[in-house]
Design a protein. Structure first.
Length: 431
């Protein structure tokens, strides 16, 4: 065990996990309050004004649990911690989401981020035209200030969340409502998969580690804020966590299907799919994982390809690569963006660093493929963190992926996978 792992375990287990719970909710309440007071984005300010109270309530409840820990242990146990987590998610993410959806349905135009509108327009086009994408000429015909919203830089499956809006305009057809429902359902299945693998639930990391992983995907401010104001990343993240949970439970086929569904929604899941294929190879199940992990995203592309392949290329290739009619406004001040904008030939330098990280990860996978779900989650988490920091155009909110994956890893820990002696040498994990 590394020094970092020992430090995390000590911090995570202090006062039965309640110390870190208190810190999480207290810091989150502060973040939400600062967001409400200083953010320049109206949906973010609206989120912060509601979420701050939810986080504060959760922090007060944890304070009460700490006081009652010696006298009434049941109030400070794992079940009570799950209850507080559920309350925190309901008040810091679901309540702001419901309020903003209702206000938007009543005519407020400043109660959703652009991705909500983009997904809903994609769903309407899918219902009416058979493809969620507008072609180059159709986007060019839009007014200049509307062309950005004409692009749908997601995989075709994301448009399914916009389909309810094609039928009726109401608060419950807001795409964020469906993002939240799917996220909750998928996380519940993931927890069930880990609970079914009893050895992981009964002992350490056990239920406490699973709870911490769920907190990272729900009540962590970067996740709660994203779900309440935009939300498209949360189902993708939840499906990736489900895939890793299936891997930990020894179900490679199901892991491939789960991450394949994520990849049919957004490109961010594709690196996770690739690493899971290498994990599958250590169990002589690489093809089973790849069938779902790579097959489902490719299958999702077929209808859009048949209807209008140029529109597909314009949205999922040219625009993300910076060759669309407009460029993405994503530009958080991470190293990649600073290098790209501050140095001569900065974009080339940033791209070279990104490629170097990719090559390093590829060499790691070829020489030492991950033999456990926990190792897979760590590779995915650190790899995505490096990529997000080095991409010239990225968003602060994308950090929810590596943060949740890294915190999810201890919940997946278990005995190393048994590798068949018939497995190729390169597919055998090394210590």
């Amino acid at each position: 065990m590394t020094a970092a792992s020992r430090t995390w375990r000590a911090l995570d287990s202090a006062a039965g996990g309640l110390a870190l719970d208190l810190g999480l909710y207290a810091v989150s309440a502060t973040f939400a309050a600062v967001t409400a007071a200083t953010s320049t984005l109206p949906p973010h300010r609206a989120w912060g004004s509601v979420a701050a109270g939810g986080y504060l309530l959760a922090a007060l409840l944890v304070g009460g649990q700490l006081l009652a820990r010696g006298r009434r242990p049941g109030l400070a146990g794992i079940t009570a911690r799950w209850t507080v987590t559920g309350l925190a998610w309901a008040t810091a993410a679901l309540l702001p989401l419901a309020l903003q959806s209702a206000q938007r349905a009543s005519g407020r135009t400043d109660r959703a981020q652009e991705e909500v509108v983009v997904v809903e327009h994609a769903g309407i086009r899918l219902a009416e035209q058979g493809t969620p994408y507008l072609g180059h000429d159709a986007i060019a015909a839009l007014p200049a200030d509307e062309r950005l919203l004409g692009y749908t830089p997601y995989q075709p499956g994301m448009a399914l969340f916009g389909l309810p809006r094609a039928g009726v305009e109401a608060w419950w057809t807001d795409s964020r409502v469906w993002f939240a429902l799917v996220t909750a359902l998928v996380l519940a299945i993931a927890v069930g998969a880990l609970r079914g693998a009893g050895r992981r639930w009964a002992g350490r990391p056990g239920a406490a580690a699973v709870l911490r992983g769920v907190q990272a995907a729900t009540v962590l401010p970067v996740c709660a804020l994203t779900l309440a104001t935009g939300g498209d990343d949360l189902p993708v993240l939840a499906l990736c966590l489900l895939a890793l949970a299936f891997a930990a439970a020894g179900r490679p086929g199901a892991a491939g299907v789960a991450v394949g569904l994520a990849g049919a929604l957004k490109l961010f899941a594709w690196p996770v799919a690739l690493v899971l294929v290498f994990w599958g190879a250590t169990r002589r199940a690489g093809r089973r994982v790849a069938l779902g992990a790579l097959g489902l995203p490719l299958l999702a592309l077929v209808p859009a390809l048949l209807v209008d392949r140029d529109a597909l290329a314009e949205n999922v290739l040219r625009f993300p690569l910076g060759h669309g009619l407009v460029t993405s406004p994503a530009q958080s001040p991470f190293p990649g963006h600073l290098i790209a904008t501050a140095l001569p030939a900065g974009r080339v330098v940033a791209a070279a660093l990104l490629v170097a990280v990719g090559v390093a990860i590829a060499v790691r996978l070829l020489r030492r493929p991950p033999g456990t779900a926990a190792a897979t989650a760590l590779i995915c988490g650190y790899g995505l963190l490096a990529a997000i920091l080095l991409m010239p155009a990225t968003r602060f909110g994308y950090l929810l992926y590596p943060l949740a994956l890294l915190v999810w890893a201890p919940a997946l820990a278990g005995p190393p996978a048994t590798v068949s002696p018939d497995s190729p040498t390169w597919a055998r994990p090394r210590a």
